[in-house]
Ligand binder design. Structure first.
Ligand code: TYD
Length: 236
């Protein structure tokens, strides 16, 4: 795997707000992110958190325009054009939404895809390298990471089967061939090695309830580490 300097990795950290959390979900198409995000939202709301779900690219008016531009394009974009478009959407999302929301106590911001998607899709599958992607993101606010990232890991066959069952029209990335998907799978394996403390890998081949039981365990551990949360998980 490509060498990434420690100093570069260390410039990435979660936002320092009290009593608020930033969580992301990652995985290839068909990994079950949508279901797990919904279950996580319900779980946290029962514990009196205000929960916001954002998607990348998107989440702001500007970001949704960029999303439309990338996902509906019929020409192959240069990998750097892709990387900077996703970074631009992310910078605006952090500035306009994430930072403001997290400054309100008892908030959880859940992001459907974040930095790791750029590391995997543009860094690995489009061959830009992880180091370049991290360099693009090393300045505030792009250097903010989630407190925890749930990576739902599935194999190529499962991804293909689940996409076939959905039978929805393919967007820019979904139309890519098998070699691209293999690189994504490999890319996620590499990225979790770069951020072993933040990225929690879950077996996305399990049934949704089993996957969520594992997420719940990690969420309970995260909430327990916050002294303002009482023993039953409810906020004081
Ligand atoms: P989306 O329809 O949200 O995909 P999914 O339902 O699988 O999450 O489309 C987002 C697509 O954009 C997805 O194929 C992954 C890709 N993407 C990147 O290539 N780089 C990025 O940084 C992000 C956030 C997404």
């Amino acid at each position: 795997m490509e060498h990434v300097p420690q100093e570069l990795l260390q410039s990435f950290r979660p936002p320092a707000f009290h009593h608020s959390y930033f969580i992301s979900f990652e995985g290839i198409e068909g990994s079950g992110k949508t279901t797990q995000i919904r279950l996580t939202k319900e779980f946290l709301e029962e514990r009196n958190f205000r929960v916001l779900i954002l998607r990348e690219p998107g989440g702001t008016t500007f970001g949704e325009h960029l999303r439309q531009a990338v996902l509906s394009t019929t020409t192959q974009l240069h990998p750097l054009a892709e990387a900077y478009l996703f970074a631009a959407s992310r910078a605006q999302l952090l500035h306009e939404v994430v930072m403001k929301e997290l400054s309100i106590p008892n908030t959880v911001v859940i992001c459907d895809r974040y930095l790791d998607s750029t590391l995997v899709y543009q860094g690995k599958a489009r061959n830009l390298g992880h180091r370049l992607i991290l360099e693009i993101h090393q300045h505030f606010p792009l250097n903010l990471t989630p407190h925890i990232t749930f990576f739902l890991e599935i194999g190529l066959d499962t991804s293909r089967d689940r996409q076939r069952q959905r039978n929805s029209p393919k967007d820019y990335f979904e139309g890519q061939g098998e070699a691209f998907y293999r690189k994504l799978i490999e890319g996620y394996q590499e990225v979790r090695e770069l951020f072993p403390d933040r990225i929690c890998t879950l077996n996305g081949e399990l049934v949704p309830d089993e996957v969520f039981a594992l997420i719940q365990e990690r969420l309970n551990a995260l909430l327990k580490s916050d002294p303002s949360v009482e023993k039953d998980g409810k906020r004081s």
